[in-house]
Write a protein that binds this ligand. Sequence first.
Ligand code: CTP
Ligand code: MG
Length: 217
Amino acid sequence: MISVLIPAAGSGERLGMGAKALLELRGKTLLERAVQAFAGIATEIIVALPEANLELLVQNARVVGGGATRQESVQNLLAAATGDIVLIHDAARPFLPREVIERVLEAVQRVGAATAALPVADTLVLEDSGNWGQVTDRSKMRAVQTPQGFKRSLLLEAHQKALLEGVSATDDAGLVARLGLPVALCLGDERLFKVTRAGDWALATAFAEVWDNGLSS
Ligand code: CTP
Ligand code: MG
């Protein structure tokens, strides 16, 4: 049984257009796009929404209230999940290719925890007071995306431990890695970029038509 958990309760502060998951691209919200990506894969889909939007009906999904942080929203989602495997995917990533889901699922079965991640194209440098500092070896760096998949019991343990120890993280794979357990890295996808700032919104607006017409692969 696979539970898909979608954190969608953020306020979208950096974008500045209101609750980000509820913004529409070509007539479909980011949240609807994220939910639809799992059609035929999930046994259940649960989404975390802002408290102000709890009356919203999301097709094919159950709704829970979000928390003050992403981590708290995921805790609420986990408390409602029943599958032995959970896939967590941010509503802020509306273009999710099916093959990425398949890669993550395959790796979860094998390893117990897995995330989509992408090699980095740009040169990476540590900033030193506004100046060029140390260069990091790009070939070993990965940009972590979602979906992330876990045996549910494992992720529960990771969240409980983080809560007890007052640790916060922006993703779930990091909480599992803290336990000293392996997290498989699966190849992500450029189209899975996270809508975070105005430039991402411009890109998403333009790309939606290409994606919807099946012209992006
Ligand atoms: N999220 C959530 N609950 C929160 C904060 C974030 O469910 N309290 C979700 C967002 O809805 C999003 C995902 O976590 O789908 C990734 O978060 P991010 O891109 O940071 O979105 P926001 O928190 O909404 O944006 P910002 O940080 O700019 O306010
Ligand atoms: Mg945020």
